[in-house]
Design a protein around this ligand. Structure first.
Ligand SMILES: NC(=O)c1ccc[n+]([C@@H]2O[C@H](COP(=O)([O-])OP(=O)(O)OC[C@H]3O[C@@H](n4cnc5c(N)ncnc54)[C@H](O)[C@@H]3O)[C@@H](O)[C@H]2O)c1
Length: 285
């Protein structure tokens, strides 16, 4: 449904890889709501993924950039202002990756070089993005920056590994930078904490199908999907949320407030027999 919520606004969307990506849905919704945008992803992702298709569909220029590289980010902001014809009104950081998860290193056997990479790609890149934008004065007063996070920043989720630490850092950067950027330039900075969602990054999470089922059973109104997340991002980019900043906002069907639901309890009791037979040698990481 179109409401023209972003009419006349200019945005940058980082992280649309393919049509399952949350950023892909956000880009489509932003344009539907009247925004003009640029898209950015790593050069490899642009080569291997479907970002080109999205760019053509939305008439959006693609700016290949590694979000951990400050010069690349400077290029994205300066070119975006040039292409879109003025300061940027909204930015989506939809970027996450853990090489420890990819290489199946458990949390009690992390490779620390890989941990540095996880934190740099998934969290510090957000600081870099904000710092570059602020130094270039690239975001307009009242502009809105959103990054995507997960509830594993607050509570332990089996298998989420070092991404939990990255998300905790991401949310902390949101508050710390949100204070400075808000006070000095009136720019809002928030995270949206999304339900598990079947995307390329999501499918890398250990036991993703079971996690999706569990959180669906636990959430009174069910998991939020990528389209739900896109809708929330649009509201956060719009002028309807002018005074919301430095927040971690849950888009999770109520999951984060639950302890136990009847649907999860029923499923749990069905599984008790299996648990008794489980191998003694359990990997918790
Ligand atoms: N899928 C889920 O279950 C879920 C739940 C909560 C939060 N999130 C978060 O949503 C965001 C988007 O993930 P997604 O699920 O849409 O998966 P996705 O795989 O479609 O998107 C991840 C993106 O990060 C990009 N990326 C990786 N390294 C990069 C770098 N160095 N520079 C620039 N871009 C880089 C990838 O190319 C990809 O486009 C991530 O932050 C993820 O942690 C996902």
């Amino acid at each position: 449904m179109k409401h023209n919520l972003l009419k006349g606004k200019r945005g940058i969307i980082f992280g649309a890889l393919n049509d399952m990506s949350i950023a892909w849905k956000v880009a489509e919704r932003a344009v539907e709501e009247g925004a003009i945008i640029t898209l950015s992803n790593t050069p490899v992702a642009v080569r291997m993924g479907d970002t080109d298709t999205l760019g053509k569909k939305l008439n959006a220029e693609i700016l290949p950039a590694d979000a951990t590289n400050v010069e690349d980010l400077e290029m994205v902001f300066s070119k975006s202002m040039e292409i879109l014809g003025g300061k940027i009104d909204f930015v989506l950081h939809s970027i996450g990756m853990s090489p420890n998860v990819r290489k199946k290193r458990t949390y009690d056997d992390l490779d620390y070089n890989l941990l540095d990479k996880t934190l740099d790609v998934s969290a510090v890149s957000f600081h870099k993005m904000l710092q570059v934008a602020k130094k270039m004065d690239a975001i307009s007063t009242g502009g809105s920056v959103v990054a995507l996070t997960y509830v594993a920043a607050q509570r332990v989720f089996y298998g989420y590994n070092d991404m939990a630490d990255a998300k905790a850092l991401l949310e902390s950067i949101t508050r710390s930078f949100g204070y400075i950027y808000g006070r000095e330039k009136g720019v809002r900075v928030n995270t949206i904490s999304q339900s598990p969602t079947m995307t390329t990054a999501g499918s890398g999470v250990k036991g993703m199908l079971d996690l999706l089922d569990f959180s669906e059973r636990m959430s009174p109104i069910g998991n939020a999907d990528a389209d739900d997340c896109a809708d929330y991002c649009i509201v956060m980019f719009s002028d309807l949320t002018r005074k919301i900043t430095m927040q971690n906002l849950y888009n999770d069907g109520g999951f984060s407030s639950m302890g136990m639901s009847i649907r999860a309890m029923r499923q749990y009791s069905n599984g008790l027999e299996d648990e008794k037979e489980e191998d003694e040698n359990v990997i918790y990481g």
